[in-house]
Every structure is written in C-alpha cells, then in structure tokens.
Design a binder for this molecule. Sequence first.
Ligand code: CA
Length: 360
Amino acid sequence: MDRRSVIKNTGLAGVLAAGAAPALVQAQANLRWRLTSGFPKALDTIYGAAETFSKKVKELTGGKFEISVHAAGELVPMPGIVDAVKNGTVEMAHTAPYYYFGKDETFALGCAIPFGLNSRQMSAWMYDGNGLKLMREFYKQYDIMSFPMGNTGAQMGGWFRKEIKTVNDYKGLKFRVGGFAGKVIERLGGVPQNIPGGEIYQALEKGTIDAAEWVGPYDDQKLGFFKVAPFYHYPGWWEGGPQLDLYINQKAYDSLSSEYKAIVECAAAYAHTEMQAKYDARNPGALKQLVANKAKLVAFPKPVMDAAFKESMALYSELSAKNPSWKKVYEDYSKFRADSNLWFRFTEARFDSFMQGAKL
Ligand code: CA
C-alpha cells in the first residue's frame, strides 16, 4: 500500500497514529546508547553525574532516548576511553580529560593543570570564554564532541605518612597522584605513582608509597586513608577545579535530531551543576568527621607552593615551545586565568575570606 492510499483509507490521523509522518519519526526516534564512565561506582558523586545525565535525557525524551551507564572497565578500561569513543565502540563517555595527557598534553587544559582555573573560573572559560570552542576544535582529530559535565571543586593535597615541611621533602617521595600533576611532582624530585583507587590504602599502609592524593574529604573518608597516613595536606594545588567531560562520538552526535542535541546539552549542564553542588554540600561534614578521627590538617607551606608554582610555569613554557596545540589553547587559558583572578580577588575572595573568618 503506498502512502497516498494509506491516507485515503485511514485519514491523516491514522498516518500519525501509525508513526508514518517522517518529521515526527526523525524527531522522536527510540535510541539505546551506551556510556562508559572513567570511574568506579564507589565514587558516587563523580560516577553519579553520568547517571544523572542519563536519567534527565530519558525524562526529557519521554523514555525514548535511553543511555546505559557502565563503570570503568565494564565495557572499556579508563585509559582506552578516547579510542573507544573515536572508534564508536561506545557512543558516549564520562571522564577526566587529563588522564589522556600522554596522547597530547592539551587534554589536561580541558580538565585541570597545576595552578590552573578554579571551578567557577573553569565554567566561565568553558561556557562564556573560548574554552569549549578551543577544546572542541582540539577534539575534532579524535572525532569527539564534548560537553562540560561535572567538577569536584578544589581538591585536597592528599595523605602523607610524614609532614611536608620544605620542598626538599618531595625528594624521592613516592606519591600516588592522578593525571598530569605527576609532571610537576617529578620536577620537584618526587616519584609519581599511578595506582588505582582500590589499591592505594594497602600501598600506603605497607609503605610502598609515602603519600597519596585522591579527591577531597567526602571520597577520601570512604577509603580510610586517615588510618595509615595522618597528615592531610591542603590545598591540592594541581587540582583547583578539575572538570569532567561528556565525550560523544562525533558521527553519533551528528545523527541526533536538533531536539535531542539540545536535550543532551541541557542534561549535561544540569549534571555539571549538580556534581559541584554535591561536593560542596557533602565535604564539610566529611571533613569534620576526619578531624574527629585524628586526621592532621596541615597547609602546604607557602615556599613549597611557590616552588611548585615556579616549576609548573616553567613546564607550561616548555610545552608551548614544542606543542602547537597546547600553545594555542594555553595562551587563551592563561590570559583568562590572569583576568579572572584579577577580578575574583576583589569581591569573591574578599567576601569569602571575611565570611570564613567570621564567627557563625
Ligand atoms: Ca585528585
């Protein structure tokens, strides 16, 4: 039966009910996609951002666009994520771009670099500065479309068996640290260690490593590091506001209707906001409990921060001289960082420092 005879026999209402109108079929297709997370389920705030995203997409499409979320390693191990999205093994991934700095250091600029942007500044650079535009240009060679999807806020500096008093204490220090920061730790004389979350406690307990950083009070507390490495240094100068990204295979993204594209964008932005909110709401209570459990809160001494800052800036100059894509993105990033800090020091920083010193 051709289309005209369908209309003749059933009327337009019948055609619509049968779902035969091409525009409607295009806009409301049923889709089943897979998303691999770069994280284990135990990191419920981080892993949960991908679940929030998937739930919102499902709700906004009346159940027609379903995305199953898989923990790291279930479909793809974390280090294989960029290739898996590029090849279309999975349509989507949620991960921390700085894990892939071995492919190209530019990945780190879409996530966190030592002494980089804080969480607010990162969102500003992404959504209203050139950040998202520049990172998407960079990701084109990997056939990846990206959206910001979560931030932890400034992290803690980690758990140390011995207190860091001078920069010399980094010499030979075996320090478990995630991502790009290891490059600066090395320049300070430390030995960065790449150990998955589940194995850190034992390595610290045995003394196979001297220190480990993870995230912040809420996540760190669950892993119990305070029992084996009591000095809890702050701040995590290498992660002032690490952003996570939603990666989408470019072809898969291009195949979406404009309606679904808008839904993906909005759901990712919602998950982005919610993850930071969860950390900001949950870290204070966890920090209190850690201190009650005898964690010793110690700030990194200013000379240690200064030495790390100096090494970081030297590293960025070297990278700019040899990696054109780093140079292109970092030039914009560093200008944004300078301008943003000039502004934040007046209102945000002044207000925060007054409030945090006030008796409440
Ligand atoms: Ca960390």
